[in-house]
Ligand binder design. Structure first.
Ligand code: ATP
Ligand code: MG
Length: 482
C-alpha cells in the first residue's frame, strides 16, 4: 500500500479527479528525473511468454477485483510489491491494484468495499480475511490547488491528485515497485526500468533521492526493509542522503512508524532488517534507546537482540504466533536494565526503580513509534518479572509459575543467558522446575530465600537445580513439612 495508517476522519473530503494527459518533459523535470539518465521513463512491455508470472500465483480475490474493474470499463493492474515478488518467484504477502477508477467509483462497483485514508485515499475490497487495496492512479502535479495534494516543507502530507498510469509509476518509490501486471493480456508494463533493477538486484529510487525522501521520509525505512527482505543492495545514490535526512523521520506520525516496524520485524526478516537499519544508520531515528544501549558496546545485549529477532523469524516461518510486545521488550531491554540499575538504591526494594525505568523508556519510544498500550503493558510485565526469577523461594516460585505472563518472561530470561553464566544457569533451573510435578518441586524449594534479596537487579543463580524428593523418615513426634 502507498500509505499506512491514516484514519478515516477525512472521509467526506472532496476530490477533484484529474485525468489530464501526462506532460512528459514537465512531469519528469518535476521529479528531477533528468538528473538521472537511467530513470528516464521508456515503457517496456514484457509479454506473457517472457516472464514467469502465472495467474495461479495471484490471489483469487485480486483477480476478481481486476476483472470486475476491467469489465466496468476501467483500466486496472496488479502493481507494486506483488508484481515484484511474483517476478522474483516469491509469494506476495499482499496484492495491490492500481486503477483509473476513483475511490468512489470503486466503491460503487464492490459491495464489500470501504474507503480509507485521508492522507492517501484508497479503497479496501474485502474478501473474508483478505483485503485487496485498490488505489487510483496518482498524478505528479505538485501545484497547490490541483486536486488534493498538500506539501509542507517538501513533505507530502496529502496525496489525492488522480492521474495517468505513467504518472502513477513515477510517484512510486523504487523502480522495482513500479511495474504493472495487465490481466487483459498477461503482460508486465515497466515504465522506469524495474526489470533491469530486479535483474541487478538493486533498489533504485525513482527521481532525485533527496526530493523523494523529503516528500516521504518513510521511504528510507522502506529501502532498508526491502533490501533486507529481497536480499538486494541499495543503490549508493539512494543511501547517500540517509545520514542527512534520517532526522526527518521524527516528523513522521508515530502510528505509521509502528506499522512500518511491524513490517520490518514481524514478517520473517526481522534480523536482516535490524542489521540493515543499523548499517544504514537509521536505527537511532526509530529506536534511539536501542541505538544508545548498543553504542555502549554491550556485546551481550547485541546477541540478545539478534537471538530474539532470529527466534521470531523462525517462529514466523513455522507459522507460530508472535507478539510485538516480546519483540519491543527485546529491543528496549538494554536501556531499561541500565536505567533500573542506576536508579536502584542499595538495600531498597528495586521494584520501583524497574517500573520507573520501564515507564521512562516506553514513554520515550512511543514518541517515535506508537506502540499500543496493550503491548506496552505486556512489555513492562516481561521486564518486571525478570528480577523475580531469582527469588527461589517456595511461595514466590509458584506465584511466578502461575503468572499469566510467565511464558513470555521465561523465554525472555532464556534470551538473557548471554548476559552472564549465572543467568544461563537460572534459565536452566526454571526450565527444569517447570517439568517437575508440583509436589516434587515444592519439596525441593526452601520456604525462605537463602542469600540474595527479592528484587535484586543483578540476577544470579543461587538455587541449585531442584532434585527429586528424597523419602526421609520423619523423626518420631515431629509434624509439618521441611
Ligand atoms: P511488501 O512486500 O512489504 O508488501 P511493498 O513494496 O508491496 O512491499 P506496500 O506497502 O505493500 O509495500 O506498498 C505497495 C506499493 O505501493 C509499493 O510497491 C510501492 O509501489 C508503493 N509504495 C508504498 N509505499 C510508498 C511510499 N512511501 N512512497 C511511494 N510509493 C510507495
Ligand atoms: Mg505489498
Amino acid at each position: 500500500m502507498l500509505a499506512a495508517s491514516d484514519n478515516e476522519a477525512g472521509a467526506r473530503r472532496r476530490f477533484r479527479p484529474c485525468h489530464r494527459k501526462l506532460n512528459a518533459p514537465k512531469d519528469f523535470d518535476r521529479l528531477n528525473l533528468k538528473a538521472r539518465n537511467d530513470a528516464k521513463p521508456v515503457l517496456r512491455i514484457i509479454p506473457r511468454e517472457q516472464h514467469t508470472i502465472s495467474r495461479k500465483n495471484i490471489s483469487k480475490a485480486a483477480l476478481r477485483v481486476l476483472y470486475r474493474l476491467n469489465e466496468a470499463g476501467y483500466t486496472a493492474y496488479l502493481v507494486g510489491g506483488a508484481v515484484r515478488d511474483l517476478l522474483l518467484g516469491g509469494h506476495p504477502k499482499d496484492f495491490d491494484v492500481a486503477t483509473s477508477a476513483t475511490p468512489d467509483e470503486v466503491k460503487k462497483l464492490f459491495r464489500n468495499c470501504r474507503l480509507i485514508g485521508r492522507r492517501f485515499r484508497l479503497a479496501h475490497v474485502v474478501y473474508g480475511n483478505e483485503i485487496i487495496e485498490v488505489a487510483t492512479f496518482r498524478g505528479t502535479s505538485e501545484e497547490e490547488g490541483e486536486g488534493d495534494r498538500h506539501i509542507v516543507d517538501g513533505r507530502i502530507v496529502r496525496d489525492n491528485v488522480w492521474g495517468t498510469i505513467e504518472e502513477d509509476a513515477l510517484r512510486r518509490d523504487f523502480r522495482v515497485n513500479a511495474m504493472y501486471y495487465d490481466i487483459s493480456d498477461f503482460s508486465v508494463r515497466d515504465y522506469v526500468g524495474g526489470i533491469q533493477d530486479l535483474h541487478d538486484r538493486v533498489l533504485r529510487l525513482i527521481g532525485d533521492p533527496t526530493t523523494r525522501y523529503r516528500e516521504d521520509p518513510v521511504r528510507m525505512l522502506r529501502a532498508a526493509r526491502l533490501a533486507a527482505k529481497l536480499d538486494f543492495r541499495i543503490d549508493p545514490e539512494a543511501s547517500a542522503p540517509f545520514s542527512e535526512l534520517g532526522p526527518l523521520l521524527s516528523g513522521v506520525a508515530p502510528a505509521r512508524l509502528f506499522d512500518e516496524s511491524l513490517k520490518m520485524f514481524l514478517t520473517g526478516h526481522g534480523l536482516k532488517s535490524f542489521r540493515m537499519l543499523e548499517q544504514c544508520g537509521l536505527l537511532k531515528f526509530m529506536f534511539p534507546a536501542t541505538a544508545r544501549a548498543l553504542k555502549r558496546g554491550d556485546k551481550a545485549l547485541r546477541s540478545l537482540i539478534e537471538q530474539g529477532l532470529q527466534n521470531t523469524d523462525e517462529r514466523i516461518h513455522e507459522g507460530k504466533s508472535v507478539t510485538p510486545a516480546f519483540l519491543f521488550a527485546v529491543l528496549l531491554w538494554g536501556e531499561v536494565r541500565d536505567l533500573a540499575h542506576t536508579w536502584t538504591t542499595p538495600g531498597k526494594d528495586a521494584n520501583e526503580a524497574w517500573s520507573r525505568a520501564a515507564m521512562h523508556v516506553v514513554a520515550e519510544q512511543c514518541q517515535r513509534v506508537a506502540i499500543p498500550r496493550r503491548f506496552t503493558i505486556t512489555m513492562e510485565e516481561i521486564w518486571s518479572l525478570q528480577p523475580r526469577f531469582e527469588q527461589i523461594q517456595r511461595k514466590k516460585v509458584f506465584r511466578l509459575l502461575a503468572h499469566p505472563r510467565f511464558r513470555a518472561a521465561f523465554d525472555f530470561l532464556l534470551l538473557r543467558a548471554a548476559e552472564s553464566p549465572a543467568i544461563g544457569e537460572l534459565g536452566q533451573w526454571w526450565a527444569h522446575a517447570q517439568q517437575l510435578p508440583h509436589e516434587t518441586l515444592a519439596a525441593a524449594l526452601p520456604l525462605q530465600q537463602h542469600g540474595g534479596s527479592a528484587g535484586d537487579t543483578e540476577p544470579s543463580a543461587r538455587a541449585s537445580a531442584p532434585r527429586k524428593r528424597k523419602r526421609r523418615r520423619k523423626p518420631a513426634g515431629k509434624s509439618g513439612t521441611t
